[in-house]
Ligand binder design. Structure first.
Ligand code: ATP
Ligand code: MG
Length: 570
């Protein structure tokens, strides 16, 4: 189990179930509110619009918006749009849609780093005038080489002590497009011998002659993350700037910029462990590669752990929030098991989905003592425990299909499904007893002949005898055939992070079964209305594909198969 797992936020163990445990950020916030340092809190979620959001981002979203909600503050959505080369409006639209779908709302507080480009430029000029920044015209490689190492201090650039007016003029030239990309950068003048490498005169601006999706061609210099981020936090009066642990080393620089610029507020940075899951990749660079090279069917492929992929697959926003909640917030990096996400999805869908009949691998069953032309309308409960789901009519006739896995010719003990001479319940219908097994020339079972007990309508025998097995089924005459897509994990190894990570894709991550028989009412299901196929799993109509005007179903997650467990034990 991942370390992080041990004490999830808000969940105590049985002994102290009433004591709500707080995560370390909540502790800080409560102190800040109690001491009067802040009257209320403001957090932000700051995505770079260079890809779609994934389950890792969901952790940051739930944390930032969740804290604002819990403490009566607010949370901003800020697009960190400082790299025009990789950004796209497709991404900014998708990100907003996904945050809303997860259940969060930034209200009027939508911000763009690019809205502050003028302010950032002015502040940079002030730093130059104060001798705290300079234009360096060395090639990137030289600047990099002079940074030093953890053991060796860095070396001063020959441009470091140039007069402020000269830097100011060159900075204006950079801004006016007079210099080529790579010809110059603006650097903060801090300390080339600092043990903290990020303080060794970090780059604040680079030249990029690219059209920005919001500012067009106004700018050809763009601020670096470290420079822009803290200042935007200050501009928005962010009180707690929460980011992932890899930014811990950047915190001294974050503080230096905030201290050395006349900002309207002083934000503080806090770091938490990012969410990592096994059997998947989370970096946007890799997700983009999967999409661009067509290893998956777009950013919202149901096997992708993007928010849009999880939505298309059929996960509910609440299941994702519950999962994030169960993982907790800490400073310990760990890898969470994919099974935990699947369990959260299963738990939520169990509560919110209606049940319907679908037979994945149909085996024909003929009820020999049922009148040939008779058919009848039965009443089926839509949920086993929640009455509010109501009931629906279900048609029954002489020929039905059951799942092949529900019959064994020579069953072991404890197999409570159908077998020669055995009696089972067809759910909501009748009790049937297997009388005969029909095989083809190759010995494959092609049909079962059964008899039914006419006095067991609804599945309850008149004499009250106990019948253990209950099977799902569809009426042969009424059933419709649909395509179902069975998903498995996208990668076959736990940590697909080696150079050959693309070779570690699971070849069976999607298996198509287009011979599934379902009750007709399932054809009315729309994407985003997940259902349980009785005894099989949770399914959702795909939002992209349909077949012959009928929905194609994605398997969200299977049910726990109790028989598989027994069979394994032997
Ligand atoms: P990637 O490294 O996958 O490209 P990123 O961190 O660069 O992602 P951003 O758009 O900058 O992506 O992320 C927005 C916010 O989401 C940041 O505050 C970042 O710390 C947070 N975030 C990203 N990935 C995770 C994760 N796996 N767990 C928790 N928070 C994350
Ligand atoms: Mg980032």
């Amino acid at each position: 189990m991942a370390k992080e797992d041990v004490n999830p936020a808000g969940k105590g163990n049985a002994d102290d179930a009433v004591v709500e445990s707080k995560n370390f950020i909540e502790e800080v916030i409560e102190q800040d509110l109690a001491s009067g340092k802040h009257q209320s809190i403001i957090t932000r979620f700051p995505p770079e619009p260079n890809g779609y959001l994934h389950i890792g981002h969901a952790k940051s979203i739930c944390l930032n918006f969740g804290l604002a909600k819990k403490y009566g503050g607010r949370c901003h959505l800020r697009f960190d749009d400082t790299n025009p080369v990789k950004e796209d409006v497709e991404f900014t639209d998708a990100i907003q849609r996904d945050v809303k779908w997860l259940g969060f709302d930034w209200g009027e507080h939508l911000y763009w780093t690019s809205d502050s480009f003028d302010q950032l430029y002015d502040w940079a000029c002030t730093l130059i005038k104060e001798g705290k920044a300079y234009v360096d015209e060395q090639p990137y490689e030289d600047i990099r080489a002079q940074r030093g190492t953890l053991k060796e201090p860095g070396t001063n650039s020959p441009f470091r002590d140039r007069p402020a007016e000269e830097s100011l003029a060159r900075f204006a030239d950079m801004k006016d497009g007079k210099l080529d990309e790579g010809a110059a950068v603006l650097r903060a003048k801090i300390d080339m011998a600092s043990p903290i490498i990020n303080l060794r005169d970090p780059v604040m601006y680079r030249i990029k002659k690219a059209t920005h999706h919001r500012t067009g061609d106004k700018w050809c210099i763009y601020p670096m993350y470290d420079w822009a981020h803290g200042q935007c936090d200050a501009i928005e009066h962010i009180t707690h700037s929460i980011c992932t642990l890899e930014f811990e080393n950047h915190r001294p620089l974050y503080d230096w910029f905030v201290d050395n610029v006349d900002v309207p507020a002083v934000p503080k940075q806090y770091e938490f462990a990012r969410l990592n899951l096994n059997y998947t990749v989370m970096s946007k660079r890799k997700l983009l590669k999967l999409v661009e090279d067509n290893h998956v069917d777009g950013w919202d492929d149901p096997r992708m752990l993007t928010i849009s992929g999880l939505r298309r697959r059929g996960c509910t926003p609440r299941s994702i929030r519950n999962f994030i909640d169960s993982v907790g917030v800490s400073r310990n990096n760990g890898i969470i098991d994919m099974g935990k996400l699947e369990a959260a999805v299963r738990d939520d869908l169990n509560e919110v989905t209606p049940r319907m009949m679908a037979v994945m691998d149909p085996l024909k069953v003929t009820i020999t003592n049922y009148p040939d032309d008779q058919e009848e309308e039965l009443v089926a409960k839509n949920h086993p425990s929640d009455e509010s789901f109501g009931t629906r009519p279900l048609m029954f006739a002489k020929e039905v299909f059951i799942d092949r896995a529900d019959f064994m010719e020579d069953p072991p003990k404890k197999f409570f499904r159908l077998a020669p001479g055995k009696e089972v319940r067809l759910k909501f219908a009748y009790l049937v007893t297997c009388q005969e097994v029909i095989k083809d020339d190759d010995g494959n079972i092609v049909e079962l002949k059964v008899t039914y007990d006419p006095d067991s309508r609804g599945g309850m025998p008149a004499d009250g005898r106990k019948v253990k097995g209950t099977l799902h089924w569809v009426s042969a005459k009424h059933a419709k055939q649909v395509e179902v897509r069975l998903y498995d994990r996208l990668f076959s190894v736990e940590k697909p992070d080696a150079d050959d990570w693309l070779d570690q894709l699971n070849p069976d991550s999607m298996v198509i079964n287009d011979k599934v028989l379902v009750e007709p009412a399932l054809l009315d299901k729309k994407p985003g209305e997940p259902v349980q196929f009785e005894r099989t799993g949770y399914f959702n109509a795909d939002s992209r594909y349909s077949k012959d005007g009928q929905p194609v179903f994605n398997r969200v997650v299977g049910l726990k198969d109790s028989w598989a467990k027994i069979a394994k034990k032997g």
